[in-house]
Design a protein around this ligand. Structure first.
Ligand code: PEP
Ligand code: MN
Length: 339
């Protein structure tokens, strides 16, 4: 079950409820959201309905909700609307659709600045760029590391766009926290539970990508690892899954968007760049993702995709990205949203 505290609950009331949960033999997992605190009550509560009643009567408690799903804190049973996520003073997951855009990898200052300024001008709300890259081959470009993070920080300074960048190695978390606004957990680490627990202890928002063979329920359990460590700022990202199809790099699972929106209150983003693997399909799948209810997009953009060190073939040139943003607006408006 989940204890939902009232918006105006005091710290003392929250502490008292946590103590009571322990007294009853459970483990409390508090998550301090923007509006209110919810406390996950983990333990076997079968046959003990009176425990829910005791908690419900405590000061500061709004309601006690039994949760049927194994993903207790991520479940939409906790909250019927999308949870807003704080990113560097801005909000993700409200009526306005967020757009993360930027290169796959940070390559050099000129490349990053050119792209950052172009995506900002076109209406992107966050800048992406990998400094630590998960590459299939150990002989491929592995990222600029700390140098890349410094370039991202300079681009943020120039454009005001918050930075999204991938964390691969637990040893790098402090470094990433120093530079990034959003920690990305990539598809390959989606079920790296040690890494998930680590970012669950962070104050930074997390962009959690779906693993390439992770089911939607497994994906939600990955999010649960982060939430259960106390970090409420989790954004999910559908980025395509492995299927028998070879005409595209991955199969972008458009189904996942409405399914996730039904199952969880976490914001759901779509990454049609990795989802399709070809720039030619990125715009149409972005529009489809918005129509399907995505709260945000993640799009790879490169000023010279033909010489990009990674994912050039799926990167939009800045003009194409601008065109995508123009075409996205009426689709968002048609479903009562803005972009
Ligand atoms: C990326 O965002 O560049 C990336 C490596 O994505 P994924 O983890 O989804 O493959
Ligand atoms: Mn990429």
């Amino acid at each position: 079950m989940i204890v939902v505290m009232k918006n105006e609950a005091t710290k003392e009331e929250i502490d008292n409820v946590k103590a009571l949960i322990k007294e009853l033999g459970y483990t409390p997992h508090p998550i301090e959201g923007i509006l209110r605190t919810v406390i996950g009550v983990v333990g076997d509560d079968r046959g003990k309905p009176h425990h829910a009643e005791v908690l419900r009567q405590s000061n500061g408690v709004d309601k006690v909700v039994p949760i049927e799903q194994p993903y207790k804190l991520a479940s939409r049973e906790v909250q019927g609307s999308t949870s807003p996520v704080k990113v560097a003073g801005t909000i993700v997951g409200d009526n306005n659709i967020s757009v993360i855009a930027g290169p796959c990898s940070v390559e050099n200052e000129e490349q990053l600045m050119t792209i950052a300024k172009a995506v900002k001008a076109a209406g992107a709300t966050m800048l992406r760029g990998g400094a630590f890259k998960p590459r299939t081959s150990p002989y491929s470009f592995q990222g600029l590391g700390k140098e890349g993070l410094k370039l991202l920080a300079a681009a943020r300074e120039e454009t005001g766009l918050p930075i999204v960048t991938e964390l691969m190695d637990p040893d790098d978390i402090e470094l990433l926290e120093e530079y990034a606004d959003v920690l990305q957990i990539g598809a390959r680490n989606s079920q790296n539970y040690a890494l998930l627990k680590l970012v669950g202890k962070s104050k930074k928002a997390v962009l959690l990508k779906r693993g390439m063979s992770t089911t939607i329920n497994e994906f939600l359990m990955c999010a649960e690892y982060i939430l259960s460590e106390g970090n409420p700022n989790v954004i999910l990202c559908e980025r395509g899954i492995r299927t028998f199809e070879t005409a595209t790099r991955n199969t972008f699972d458009l189904n996942a968007i409405p399914v996730l929106k039904e199952k969880t209150h976490l914001p759901v983003f779509a990454d049609p760049s990795h989802g399709t693997g070809y720039w030619q399909y990125v715009t149409s799948m972005s529009l489809a993702a918005i129509a399907a209810g995505a709260d945000g997009l993640a799009i790879e953009v490169h000023n010279q995709p033909e010489i990009a060190v990674s994912d050039g073939g799926q990167s939009l040139k800045p003009e194409k990205f601008e065109d995508l943003m123009h075409r996205a607006a009426p689709v968002a408006n048609a479903i009562g949203r803005t972009i």
